[in-house]
Design a binder for this molecule. Sequence first.
Ligand code: PMP
Length: 383
Amino acid sequence: MKYFDHAATTPPHEEVVRTVAEVMTQHFGNPSSLHRLGEDSGKLLSRAREVCAESLRVSPEEIIFTSGATESNNLAIQGVMTQYRQRGNHIVTTAIEHPSVYETCKQLEKQGCDVTYLPVRADGTVTAEDVLSALRDNTVLVSIMHVNNETGAMQPIAEIGNVIKNHYPRIIFHVDGVQGFGKLPLSIRDSRIDLYSLSAHKFRGPKGIGLLYVREGLMLAPLLAGGGQERGRRSGTENVPYIVGMAKAVRLAAEQQEHYAKRLYKLRHILIEGLQQLPELELNSALSGAPHIVHFSYPGMKAETMLHMLEEEGFIVSTQSACSSKRSEPSRVLLAMNKAPDCAASGIRISLGEEHTDEDVRQLLRAIENTVGRLQQLKGGNS
Ligand code: PMP
């Protein structure tokens, strides 16, 4: 089986797996304990925080460890809106955010927040001017993802951050960095980001662990009441083995970013060129998208049918995103890009990884071509 679903999750690095096992067995103390075992875990935790901070080019005090980007996004958005309630109740986000942002905003609307869901252009992007025109005196937070998890559309984060801060320095800027980290360069400081979410399993770390960067000086109302770990901002005994494993994956991803992006762009180019030869398919990813995601539709055909036919040929791909694929509605992201419901219900996402070769991608293309041929025959037979 060839795995082409890296946007859903990635195979962990062997080095990460070894590290997690070693820390779990040999350094299992609670980092809050005062004895030697606790101190030992505490040191590993501090070192992992330093490694994550160095790789993101921020300070260790600005990193909060969480259970993943879902928690990081919830903590960022809810934490800010509770903490800075006196500043206003307005949030600006986009119509294509991950559910962990989108549904959090929906929940906050029920509690009296006013949310602007910026529409996106046909290529799935917003511009810095679009964001600026939505800002008001009572805007507290802007939350925008770096790379969309379904289509790979990239938002101009540095431009957006600079426009926000030049006009409204007090507005807080949150970026869901999950699909961009390790794939695209991004400077948290130069983009003037206040909050930045990551999930380790998207860059070959363990699942169920992530982090939130919180700019120094920014306050956050915590989601969880408890023992006051993470300087009171995220209670709960720290998952030291996974944190150390994540630190390893963060470092490798940051070090290799340029190299991986080059490789992935080459593979994506081969893939897109091949898909463009199949007139039945509609490409939903812009050519300028992120290096690892290509999304297309086969209008008139259920995406699931194609997914299973490709699986029979030995290729694992995805419909929409893993988080939404069990729902039967057409993709909210594609509808926001003004795609017809027929197209939005028949989407297939291919997401590439650094282990793929040119030949893997060519084999996948041949499998897609065969599948399209078979589906055409089925269609012909039905009509
Ligand atoms: N944001 C984006 C853009 C994602 O792709 C995902 C994972 N699909 C998340 C947030 C949530 O990450 P997790 O499920 O690991 O909490």
